[in-house]
Design a protein around this ligand. Structure first.
Ligand code: SAM
Length: 263
């Protein structure tokens, strides 16, 4: 059926687009890395959960959206189920195990959407459907307004630099982008996300710097992961996430992230 649709020139389904761009693999990779690195991840996940609890404590919000909910590793889900009338979990694709586990939770709603407002499909078209394209095509996108349910407050959860990162990975497999084009793309996508959040009471939790420590000579490199001039709410907490101790992410390298919570 899908093949026939493509023969007649119909758009591929969102599922097919997101799968081809690697979102499903990336999500499965997160779970695999968590299982390998559970010890190092524990403090990060607890800091994230605690920041969310503090963000909404005493505010009397009735509904909350969690953007980038994924496997709920960093979500204090039992507290949210107790404290909110409606919880919206938003992700480009929800793991089936999670939708199944919570299928009877009457106040939990799963929303699937591309939180970049359409950059994913646009990049898919550039990379996989156009025979000849230039880097100018990449920037020729007017993101759509996100149509999400009404909610009182929102948490952007370890998502910000994923929004540009996976799309850049797909692009860089097929084309050469200059450093300034890469920076322009990151800035565009991240700024748009902060502008979207600014319509709400929000909490932003994001890895802001990557720290790479060589296992060979102990040399250390730090790079920023946040590329937006947008004003953020006050910085409330900051911690180190021991992301990869075994060199799977970068060979012979220990990778940590400096994570910050703003609300
Ligand atoms: C690093 S994970 C955050 C951890 C996650 N809360 C968990 O426990 O698995 C980022 C999440 O953002 C989602 N994501 C990435 N890009 C997205 C996009 N454009 N729109 C919506 N969700 C996206 C991924 O599918 C993933 O579940």
């Amino acid at each position: 059926m899908r093949l026939l649709q493509n023969l007649f020139g119909r758009e591929p389904s969102s599922l097919a687009v997101y799968k081809k761009l690697g979102y499903r693999n990336d999500q499965e990779g997160i779970l695999r890395r968590f299982l390998r690195e559970e010890e190092g991840w524990r403090a990060h996940l607890e800091h994230s959960k605690q920041s969310i609890r503090e963000f909404y404590a005493g505010k009397n919000y009735k509904s909350i959206a969690i953007l980038g909910s994924g496997w709920l590793l960093d979500v204090p889900i039992d507290d949210l189920l107790r404290d909110f009338e409606h919880i919206y979990l938003v992700d480009i694709s929800h793991p089936r195990q999670i939708t199944h586990k919570y299928r009877h939770a009457h106040n939990l709603h799963f929303v699937e959407c591309d939180l970049t407002g359409g950059w994913a499909r646009h990049i898919y078209r550039c990379v996989y459907e156009k025979k000849f394209y230039t880097s100018a095509d990449v920037f020729d996108c007017t993101p759509q307004k996100l149509s999400l349910p009404q909610f009182d407050c929102v948490v952007s959860l370890n998502l910000l630099n994923q929004l540009d990162g996976l799309l850049l990975d797909a692009m860089e497999d097929c084309m050469v982008l200059t450093d300034s084009e890469i920076e322009r793309f990151k800035t565009l996508v991240q700024t748009q996300h902060i502008q979207f959040l600014s319509n709400y009471k929000y909490c932003l939790i994001s890895d802001c710097e990557q720290i790479s420590i060589s296992k060979i000579d102990n040399s250390r490199e730090e790079k920023s992961l946040v590329f937006t001039p947008a004003t953020l709410p006050p910085l409330r907490h900051e911690w180190l996430w021991n992301f990869d101790s075994q060199g799977h992410y970068q060979s012979d390298t220990i990778v940590q992230f400096r994570v910050k919570a703003f609300f």
